[in-house]
Design a binder for this molecule. Structure first.
Ligand code: PEP
Length: 252
């Protein structure tokens, strides 16, 4: 009942031409995929071109960030409305790199959640614990805080356009993946939080992606977990063959 989603976070990579080539390559190799929602998230400077290149295909386009104001004196920022204007479908918010490198906290991320709810865009809200938090037994508290503070005040009607991405920080770009069991444990906990906040129907309908060194050789086991509904992929999404194999995960 939950359509799997595989989203590629291209981070700060690719010129405009490289991004178009990557997007069109993925498009041509996935024309047979009908049961997975594919999303690519190019750098801002390539967003418009990639959205144009993918127009008419089923591949969706995401921005990697946004500012929680429609317009105004916010030098260097981009609003959800402008992202929507160029044909994007989603915005990734709360990525651990934004939390760690740019000091974004749950309150600021919550403002973005609300700003996105004012538009037709979907939200991919990233959460996840650091290794120190996991090892000190804080993982569940951290996930609870990130979910509850991140979604604070968001009406149930807006949840239909929210996707959660569980990305343990220690697994991002490190080559270390959460085991299938670790991923399932966290995803089941996140779903139980959604149940507490919004009830069983929303909890059962909301997609929870796993992110953190997803590769062709580990995607099948992760996707076999009952509460893993897709993947947010960094490094491997820049390699067309790897990304396409992840999209075409085998149901084991
Ligand atoms: C990410 O940046 O969201 C991510 C999961 O990266 P990687 O797949 O490279 O670990």
């Amino acid at each position: 009942m939950r359509t799997p989603m595989v989203a590629g976070n291209w981070k700060l990579h690719n010129t405009r031409d490289q991004a178009i080539a990557l997007a069109t390559g993925i498009k041509s190799q996935t024309s047979d995929v009908t049961d997975v929602e594919i999303v690519v998230a190019p750098v801002f400077t390539a967003l418009n071109a990639v959205a144009d290149a993918l127009r008419g295909s089923s591949i969706k386009v995401a921005a990697q960030n946004c500012y929680p104001q429609a317009q105004g004196a916010f030098t260097g920022e981009v609003s959800p409305q402008l992202v929507e204007d160029i044909g994007c479908n989603y915005v990734i918010i709360g990525h651990s790199e934004r939390r760690q490198l740019f000091g974004e906290d749950d309150a600021f991320i919550n403002r973005k959640v609300h700003a996105l709810a004012e538009t037709g865009l979907g939200t991919i809200l990233c959460i996840g614990e650091t290794l120190a938090e996991r090892e000190s037994g804080q993982m569940f508290n951290v996930l609870r805080r990130q979910v509850c503070e991140g979604l604070k005040g968001l009406g149930i009607e807006s949840m239909v356009r929210v996707v959660i991405a569980y990305e343990p920080v220690w697994a991002i770009g490190t080559g270390k993946t959460a085991s299938d069991q670790q991923a399932q444990e966290s995803h089941a906990f996140i779903r139980s939080l959604l149940d507490e906040l919004y009830g069983a129907q929303v909890a059962g309908a909301t997609r929870i992606l796993y992110g953190g060194s997803v590769k062709p050789d580990n995607v099948d086991g992760l996707m076999a977990q009952p509460d893993v509904d897709g993947a947010l992929v960094g490094g491997a999404s820049l390699k067309p063959a790897d990304f396409v194999r992840i999209i075409k995960f085998q149901k084991v």
